[in-house]
Design a binder for this molecule. Structure first.
Ligand code: SP5
Ligand code: ZN
Length: 344
């Protein structure tokens, strides 16, 4: 298996996020990717390469240009008035979004949907590098590889057409699905992060050419709260091409496996040419911000189950915050997928 990795992710290093009324250290930190890199290297799973210098003009066909311009310039604007903090919103529009106002503070609240996702000096560099990592990994699938892994951060699945949040700025998995689709493939996205992939859902909600399936904690009790219910099925031509499988807090492998089987059946029925997996490892029982109950023994089963689809598969790293096991669990999914793929 080939992994694509860039150390440019280190440039996105937020200081603090709002959590239960207090600013706490950012949960989504550079050490996450370092941990995954270290475990992959130790496991000898295959080459780990730098991204190619791929063009990222595709970003403008996934995200709105006004949003891209805002992200590119926001930190410089912030720094002119705030020399030693990251950019975080504190005020949001109460009833729908309308047009972004001229004020930087107003724009932060317009484009961000939470107060957990600071923009830092290197956010643009890191987030564009994550897109390059993902597109470079996709190239290996174009070249005939059965699987590839985009070891990237910041993560992507909460980022929508013109908004960021949930530690995400550009939707890496959606960019890959869009690029793969433009190359002529029929693509499905399977999101196994603990949180609903609201950005991915939004980006393809009115489309029937990309199937989006997410297994996640029930938004009735868990972030991102406003998306991810079972009755969100797509709109217009996209009706029936979005599926949410919400599960209660405390879900362990038995309950998870049932949802996974449903998800895999839906993917198979769509008859895609390729699969993008939004790989979050925050389903682990000891994850510091999540409440499922998967154990270390379950991640090989997850990888093996996904491999039974027999599809060229791009894995894109999303969440997962238990640093001591994050690398081990990532390797477990990828290795068992690779083993299963080799025997089928
Ligand atoms: C990519 C991804 O997994 N994003 C998740 C974003 C979740 N943000 C809200 C987290 C709230 C954390 N509050 C509990 C922290 C315990 N210290
Ligand atoms: Zn997550």
């Amino acid at each position: 298996m080939i992994t694509v990795y860039s150390e440019a992710h280190q440039q996105h290093h937020g200081a603090a996020e709002l959590d239960r009324g207090r600013l706490v250290p950012c949960v989504e930190q550079p050490a996450r990717a370092e941990a995954v890199l270290q475990a992959l290297t130790a496991a000898n799973l295959g080459p780990i390469v730098s991204p190619d210098d791929v063009p990222i003009d595709i970003l403008a066909r996934v995200h709105e240009v006004g949003y891209l311009h805002f992200l590119k310039t926001a930190f410089t604007r912030w720094r002119q008035v705030h020399p030693d903090s990251d950019a975080l919103p504190y005020c949001w529009p109460p009833s729908g979004r309308g047009h972004p106002p001229p004020s930087l503070y107003g724009q932060l609240g317009h484009y961000a949907y939470d107060a957990g996702t600071p923009i830092t000096a290197g956010t643009w560099e890191a987030a564009t590098a994550a897109v390059r990592v993902t597109l470079s990994a996709l190239r290996h699938l174009h070249a005939g590889a059965r699987m590839a892994f985009a070891l990237c951060r910041p993560p992507g699945h909460h980022a929508g057409p013109d908004y960021y949040g949930g530690y995400c700025f550009f939707n890496n998995a959606a960019v890959a699905a869009q690029a793969w689709t433009e190359a002529g493939a029929r693509v499905a996205i399977l999101d196994v992060d603990y949180h609903h992939g609201n950005g991915t859902q939004d980006l393809f909600y009115r489309r029937d050419d990309v199937l989006v399936i997410s297994i996640h904690a029930d938004p009735a009790e868990e972030y991102p709260f406003y998306w991810g219910h079972a009755d969100e099925r797509g709109e217009g031509p996209g009706r029936g091409y979005n599926h949410n499988l919400p599960l209660p807090w405390g879900t362990g492998w038995t309950g998870y496996r049932e949802a996974l089987d449903q998800a895999l059946s839906l993917v198979a029925a769509f008859k895609p040419d390729g699969l993008v997996v939004s790989l979050g490892l925050d389903t682990y029982a000891q994850d510091p911000i999540a409440r499922f109950a998967l154990t270390s023994d379950d991640y090989p089963l997850l990888g093996r189950a996904i491999a039974t689809l027999n599809l060229p598969t791009l894995f894109v790293l999303e969440g997962g915050y238990h640093l001591a096991t994050l690398g081990h669990h990532t390797v477990a999914v990828l290795r068992s997928f690779a083993l299963q793929a080799a025997t089928s």
